[in-house]
Ligand binder design. Structure first.
Ligand code: MRU
Length: 355
């Protein structure tokens, strides 16, 4: 049982703050360096944030949403200082805003939270402009909006945690894939938010973390995060999950999501689909934990979800003559394999999502 839950040992993943001179800076955990080093990177440059999202320094659907929103706020700050090259007239400012927002939203294609968050702040900027705000006032308004989004994200995760914990039995051993933890959100996490809420109720015996090839979000991030938070964790290679389930060691699977289609199909880290097939075979419930901002009602089913393909070097660091690499970052788990989708609004059958 988790006698020693220490969530205060977890860093805030992405946080916009004002420096002594009053200007906004985004602080984020550089997740490429974990578990060896916990380093907080800081930038005032919106394009550096885009680079951090592309390079997986900031990753996880809700975290890249908040970071993307912050990137637009930093753009507004740089534009107000005349540092973006955007013209000063209202028309030029608006088209530069649209172009910057599009660049941020396009940094990664699968997690819909990124576009959702960027469009919210872009719309906030447009509303401020329509209200007669000057560029400096737009930057102020966007700063406040991003701070609200950080708080909303944590509140949604805590609600997801409470709804999800209610689904778990006492002494549960939970298997998770990738990192849908505090590191993947502003704070607290989605799948691991369920774990933390359940652990606080004394319901968690152990978490099995899939290592999550090829980038190792489970091995590097989930294992680090759970160890730091004081949750008993056993790291397994991805290909060990079947044996673990066969010997009865897993009571429930809880994973996050990058985009959920209207019919309840779920895109998440590559390998999630395989875990769902295994869970069904072994009669183990398969829960998906995600905020409503991960639901994309404009996409009817999983076939419409764009799947990011990443650099082959993530799979094969040294190219081999005559060998090609396929490196999709996500896969789609059909709704039929999902027991419940847990959002901040409750726990739903995939076909009956409320959003
Ligand atoms: O490529 P990543 O590390 O950004 O992929 C992250 C995932 O697939 C997570 O499971 C998902 O974003 C949910 S995070 C709460």
């Amino acid at each position: 049982m988790t006698a020693n839950l220490q969530l205060d040992r977890l860093p805030r993943t992405v946080e916009l703050a004002r420096g002594a001179d009053g200007s906004a800076t985004l602080a984020y955990v550089d997740q490429r360096l974990l578990p060896a080093e916990l380093r907080i990177a800081r930038t005032r440059d919106w394009r550096a944030v885009v680079g951090a999202i592309k390079a997986l320094a900031v990753r996880g659907a809700p975290a890249i949403g908040v970071a993307g929103a912050a990137a637009v706020a930093l753009w507004a700050q740089q534009a107000a200082a005349g540092a973006t090259g955007a013209g000063t007239g209202p028309g030029a400012y608006r088209s530069a805003l649209e172009a910057a927002a599009e660049e941020v939203a396009g940094a990664r294609p699968t997690a819909v939270n990124l576009r959702w968050a960027v469009e919210r702040v872009r719309d906030g900027a447009v509303a401020a402009l329509d209200g007669g705000a000057a560029p400096g006032e737009v930057a102020e308004a966007l700063y406040d909006q991003v701070k609200r989004m950080e708080a909303e994200d944590e509140a949604a995760n805590r609600a997801i945690g409470a709804h999800g914990a209610a689904l778990l039995r006492p002494s549960s051993c939970v298997l998770t894939h990738c990192n849908a933890g505090s590191l993947a959100t502003a704070f607290f996490g989605t799948a691991l938010g369920v774990v933390y809420a359940a652990a606080a109720e004394g319901k968690i015996e152990r978490v099995y973390a899939d290592e999550t090839r090829p980038v190792g979000q489970g091995a590097r991030l989930t294992a680090w995060e759970l160890g730091r938070a004081g949750v008993p964790c056993t790291l397994v290679c991805d290909n060990m999950a079947a044996s673990l389930m066969a010997k009865g060691a897993v009571d429930a699977v809880v994973v996050g999501a990058d985009r959920i289609a209207a019919n309840g199909d779920v895109a998440n880290k590559i390998g999630t689909y395989g875990v769902a097939v295994l869970a069904r075979h072994h009669g183990i419930p398969f829960y998906v934990a995600a905020p409503s901002s991960t639901i994309d009602a404009s996409v009817a089913d999983g076939a419409g979800i764009p799947i990011e393909e990443r650099d082959p070097a993530e799979v094969l660091p040294q190219p081999l003559e005559g060998v090609q690499v396929w490196n999709p970052a996500f896969d789609v788990t059909p709704a039929a394999l999902v027991t419940r989708i847990v959002t901040e609004r409750g726990a739903f059958e995939p076909g009956g999502l409320v959003y």
